[in-house]
Write a protein that binds this ligand. Structure first.
Ligand SMILES: *Cc1c(COP(=O)(O)O)cnc(C)c1O
Length: 430
């Protein structure tokens, strides 16, 4: 494979942007390789600037559930484009996307559109604090909720101690109200609420974590979160930025059968354009300005192009519920193929999967939280990643990210992927 043009563009980019990218994971630094620059995408594939085509399991980190350049979405966007791109005034496109969600997701009574997942979570927490009149929030180690200051927290060695800043530039005073607890640890969260429940505004959680690799919540833990928050008049906020409209139209909350007070969205909701959103209970949402006193605004929020891409993506999902069965079946096929290879080559690895989200962890222990995920051999993942890339399979450039499938990942795509994995395993483990 020739990567000449990517290399030249990356060298240029390095002189323009820190690390040559506009979001760190794109740099491939965790897998010790230069990134490839993408020229275009179609269906399950992306093609780089040197003309190499890959089967894509990144899908823009989740949004492209219909595959790249879905003809219906593109057509709708072309039409919307003729009317102009932004007005900073209400448009019908906002009603269309909002009603798509309010009508089809039972926990969402009101919704507000923003531009990213980071923004959605940041505002949902402000709202939860305003509603409860409390300051503390609880998050779980290994869960990612965007890069706003209060959520860039490391758990430190003594989990359940006050947060310590997870990045230079985040003052201690900002994270002192963020408590980090262990994912899937029922006892810890119960204990925490017993001690500090009356000060906790909200618990925020990824119902299926995707940002430490795929780690599902246990059914029991989901119930526990709903119970303890209710008991202590705290809010439960599900961060369904990754899982919303992906695992089911109603997201993971439908699989776990729990009703959160607030839900955060991004990724699939924008169909590949920048959209974030948060929504939920009417009595909470009505505190948002201009109806209520909690301030939030956005020059490009509800942008007509973004609303159009989101609407037409969700429209296809909602009108074709078989899509989720199909995604599940194809991803299961990939999971089985990988498991067979792991056994055949006697590799220390394990696969986690929920619906069309999957991770291959290079550890022989089950992965159920941040601690167990961290035991993975990241050098081995890097080697696997580089081998797969050379075989034309574009995987996430980190051990701790989810692989995503689209409706365009048909049998042939899966077979080709398993074949590639076999030949990479052959060179790595024979
Ligand atoms: C991607 C992601 C975010 C951040 O969304 P951005 O649009 O990148 O700001 C937040 N939470 C979860 C669970 C995510 O996967």
């Amino acid at each position: 494979m020739n990567h000449e043009n990517s290399r030249a563009m990356y060298e240029r980019a390095l002189t323009l942007m820190p690390g040559g990218v506009n979001s760190p994971v794109r740099s491939f630094s965790a897998v010790d390789r230069d990134p490839v620059f993408i020229q275009h995408g179609k269906g399950a594939t992306v093609t780089d600037v040197d003309g190499n085509t890959y089967l894509d399991y990144v899908l823009s980190w989740g949004p492209m559930i219909l595959g790249h350049s879905d003809p219906d979405v593109i057509r709708a966007l072309e039409k919307a484009l003729q009317n102009g791109t932004s007005f900073g005034a209400p448009t019908e496109a906002e009603n269309m996307l909002a009603s798509m969600i309010v009508d089809n997701v039972s926990s969402i009574e009101r919704i507000r559109m923003v531009n990213s997942g980071t923004e959605a979570v940041m505002t949902a927490l402000r709202l939860a604090r305003a509603f409860t009149g409390r300051s503390k929030i609880v998050k779980f180690s290994g869960n990612y909720h965007g890069h706003s200051d209060g959520l860039l927290v490391e758990a430190g060695s003594g989990i359940l101690t006050q947060g310590i800043p997870g990045s230079p530039g985040v003052p201690e005073s900002i994270v002192e109200n963020t408590i980090t607890a262990r994912y899937n640890d029922d006892e810890m969260i119960r204990q925490l609420f017993k001690e500090q429940g009356s000060e906790i505004a909200a618990v925020i959680a990824e119902p299926v974590a995707g940002n430490m690799g795929v780690v599902p919540m246990t059914m029991e833990f989901a119930q526990t979160l709903r119970e303890v928050t209710e008991e202590h008049d705290s809010l439960l906020i599900l961060d369904e930025v990754m899982t919303g409209f992906r695992l089911a139209f109603e997201g993971a909350q439908c699989l776990y059968n729990i009703k959160p007070d607030l839900t955060c969205y991004s990724k699939v909701i924008g169909g590949g354009l920048p959209v974030g959103a948060f929504g939920g209970r009417f009595d909470v949402m009505k505190l948002m300005a201009p109806k209520g006193p909690v301030y939030q605004a956005g020059t490009l929020s509800g942008n007509p192009l973004a609303m159009t891409a989101g609407y037409h993506t969700l429209e296809k999902l909602v009108s074709n519920p078989n899509i989720y069965q199909q995604l599940d079946r194809q991803t299961m096929k990939l999971e089985r193929g990988l498991r067979t290879l792991i056994e055949q080559y006697d590799v220390s690895a394990t696969v986690n999967r929920v619906g069309s989200m999957l991770s291959l962890f290079f550890t022989d222990q089950p992965v159920s939280d941040y601690e167990s995920a961290s035991k993975s051999d990241t050098d081995m993942y890097g080697k696997f990643f580089r081998g797969m890339l050379e075989k034309g399979i574009y995987l996430p450039s980190s051990q701790f990210e989810s692989w995503f499938l689209s409706v365009c990942h048909d049998d042939q795509v899966i077979d080709q992927t398993i074949e590639a994995a076999e030949s990479v395993f052959e060179t790595m483990f024979k």
